[in-house]
Design a protein around this ligand. Sequence first.
Ligand code: HEM
Length: 428
Amino acid sequence: MTKPILPGEVAAAVVDPVAYGEWDGLHQQLAWARAHAPLAVAENPDHDPFWLVTRHADIMAISRDPQRFANGVRQTVLTNREGEALARAATPGNDGHLIRSLVQMDAPDHMKYRLLTQAWFAPKNLRIVEDRVRKLAREAVDHMLSFDGECDFARDVAAHYPLRVIMDILGVPPEDEPRMLMLTQQLFGSTDPDLNRSREAITSAEQAIAMLHYVIADFETYFRELTADRRASPREDIATVIANATIDGGPIPDRELAGYYMIVATAGHDTTSASTAGAMMELAKNPALFERFRDAETEKAGLIEEAIRWSTPVQHFMRSAKADVEVGGQTIREGDWLMLNYVSANRDEAVFDDPFTFDPDRRKNQQIAFGFGAHVCLGQYLARMEMRILMEELLPRLKKIELAGEPARVESVFVGGLKRLPIRFEAA
Ligand code: HEM
């Protein structure tokens, strides 16, 4: 059977950081793909061909089968051909993984490593850290109110609060947070000239890899010192758990150790910043919605879940087929590469009524922004808790909010969301 091929403009949009920044045009292309070619191959001049998976049901089916759809074989985030070749040349064993974290692991390693910290991120444990998170939320609110009626919510509030929470839980002191923020933005937003290390447009894969090497080396230096400290003097934080953990009877090897810190330190804030800013944008645009959720008695869960669906901060992950598999009526061949497009799945008409309407009252919100299956987001309960607590602390202290300028999104194919959200507000 021949593979269905996507029209050029759909294939081009899903690899174009600018399309993710502009957002509306991308949604049109994805809606077309869901309706006409939900599992079809994207061919682009600079990338190896990959299957674009746009339907919710197909992403679920692939995610629940990690034996056949692996993370460790190729890049887990879309990388162009030149970048892949350079990454392979630059990594031990030519595996192309500049970082080896939970995300790049498959069985049996993946579960062994995941279990080291999973209990920390379970709802039961998070209740213990709730007071710490609330204190950080109150500080974030005080900081926002100090802006005297106008701020860039994405830059001035949403970018900092989730960072503070994850750093607190990890054990990184507040004075080191600006360095962590900068490194994360460079790691994830590296195609956006506003955020990357050199503050210039990245024009070659070589330039991108060189920049990522610097960023990763900076992280590694930092976490090497943290490990030594926590081995010498353990504390109640995740750094202590990671630094003192054993795998197969010995300490975690250096590469995996650095990868572990980096995934916890980085996965947990730009993402939650994006969904927090996404929630705020809808409240600023809709006074009735704001009035309703401002009331301290109004349950916030529906608002949070819908903001996560709406913003879908992690826009895709890649998988690689380890065998020939039938999915969604297509035959995927061993070695094929697949893009799980969560942006598309979270607007899938087959799952969500009126998917392009922001509706906090959805009865069963099946958003898939945290992924699904073995790799499902480790921090999903923390992300929801952080957002809920911030809304509980912030909204009652505001009388009014509105947009004060044009919001702007990050130009990135991977972690996206608002980089600018100018708002005007009146304190209660
Ligand atoms: C994995 C999204 C917040 C840590 C993931 C995955 C997605 C995701 C899509 C991959 C799932 C898959 O492959 O099936 C998000 C979103 C967030 C968020 C949208 C915020 C709204 C957090 C937070 C943490 C975190 C707060 C805190 C540590 C991780 C880790 C993984 C992961 C460690 C890798 C899990 C694995 O491979 O086993 N996340 N995440 N994330 N996330 Fe999150």
